[in-house]
Design a protein around this ligand. Structure first.
Ligand code: UD1
Ligand code: UDP
Length: 360
């Protein structure tokens, strides 16, 4: 069995790492194909170094462009490599343009596709990620659903149940494997002059939030207001898309501590010690839930409804008042919950399933 592991962006590297480690541990014939969708050191290489992952065998270096151009370039590049390498299975993770192109390229060559983190739906087709998820799921042969809920979504869309496996989400593996290491190896609170439980952490990078001048302005004003209301630092490791848009719009962020994106161990530490996290990131909604930290999501919908059901997360949209009300509600609730995304063995389960198949 020969496995191609496709990655392209920050969350894919982080969430594929448990599977890569498992393949290495079992000495399986595998190689990493990086599309180069993310390429800045702090969005890409830092994670390979910190998580001690093998270097990608290929990097397509596609870089940034429009959706069509980026997806097209990845499709062309991946096809060539798959024709040469002839793997039995191509693994993709999540919902990026890399995932769409990787899944399409492989399925058109009749190579089996495994979709890690399958069955998530926001039911909002204006999000590029929703299109990517739906297409990837429908061309995949192995659908690794994190929860029962995601399995049901796939069944309701007519996907054969034999193809669906509930494995948990590999982000739980990543968090469990790295949290202790983070507390031992990193000291980001001191570096940023922060005190445990005495700051808010923010990430926002969704196209619909930061490419829209009005929405991005409301978010930044809301964060300034949050800082004034609680008199606590608001730390925002800013995604390059958001940084670019802030510059284009000529915005500043009064009262917000803007920092460059940080490495994974540092980010885990920031999440784990924050009083509350505000985000529009998919991965951050999951991680806060796993770490037991309250989360307020700056979106109108989420493909992670499990976090809403158990009360780790609250959707507030992009609205100044609702943002502050949401923070106050989550802080007053002071709830405890159980993580619904698995027990940290998703990578192991996925590789077990792949090893148990006959590819002739
Ligand atoms: C992509 C994914 C999104 C995911 C996010 C993870 C799609 C459609 N979107 O969004 O689902 O949540 O990655 O972070 O696939 N840039 C850099 N350096 C980099 C990468 C990007 O400077 O290493 C800047 C460029 O100006 C680029 C912009 O960020 O134009 C957006 O990058 P892109 O990969 O198109 O989308 P993301 O917003 O990163
Ligand atoms: N992350 C990180 N450094 C940062 C911000 C986020 O390592 O400065 C990690 C975070 O722990 C999570 C992942 O990046 O695992 C989330 O990626 P992102 O928000 O870019 O994408 P999404 O999850 O929304 O697709």
């Amino acid at each position: 069995m020969k496995i191609t592991i496709v990655v392209g962006t920050r969350p894919e590297i982080i969430k594929m790492s448990p599977i890569i480690r498992e393949c290495e541990k079992r000495d399986l014939d595998n190689f990493i194909l990086h599309t180069g969708q993310h390429y800045s050191y702090n969005m890409d290489k830092v994670f390979f170094e910190q998580l001690e992952l093998p270097e990608p065998c290929y990097n397509l270096d596609v870089g940034s462009s429009s959706h069509g151009e980026q997806t097209g370039k990845i499709l062309i590049g991946i096809e060539k490599i798959l024709l040469k390498e002839k793997p039995n299975i191509v693994l993709v993770q999540g919902d990026t343009n890399t995932v769409l192109a990787g899944a399409l390229a492989a399925s058109k060559l009749h190579i089996k596709v495994g979709h890690v983190e399958s069955g998530l739906r926001s039911y909002d087709r204006s999000m590029p990620e929703e299109i990517n998820r739906v297409v990837a799921d429908h061309v995949s042969d192995f659908l690794f659903a994190p929860t029962e809920n995601s399995k049901q979504i796939l069944l309701n869309e007519g996907i054969d149940q034999e193809k669906i496996f509930i494995t948990g989400n590999t982000i739980v593996d990543s968090v469990y494997q790295n949290l202790k290491l983070a507390e031992k190896k990193r000291n980001i609170l001191d570096e940023f002059d922060l005190k445990q439980n005495e700051y808010f952490l923010v990430t926002t990078h969704r196209q619909a939030n930061v490419d829209d001048k009005k929405r991005f302005k409301v978010i930044l004003q809301g964060l300034s207001h949050l800082h004034k209301t609680y008199d606590l630092p608001v730390v925002y490791p800013i995604h390059p898309r958001s940084k670019k848009m802030m510059k284009n719009f000529g915005f500043d962020a009064d009262g917000v501590k803007l920092v460059e994106p940080v490495d994974f161990l540092a980010f885990l530490q920031l999440e784990n010690n924050a009083r509350l996290v505000l985000t529009d990131s998919g991965g951050v909604q999951e991680e806060t839930c796993i770490l037991g930290r309250p989360c307020v999501t700056l979106r109108d919908n989420t493909e992670r409804p499990e976090t809403l059901e158990i009360g780790s997360n609250l959707l507030v949209g992009v609205d100044h008042e609702k943002m502050l009300e949401g923070v106050s509600t989550m802080l007053e609730n002071n709830k405890e919950w159980e993580n619904p995304f698995g027990n940290g063995t998703a990578g192991n389960k996925i590789v077990d399933i792949l090893e148990g198949k006959n590819y002739e």
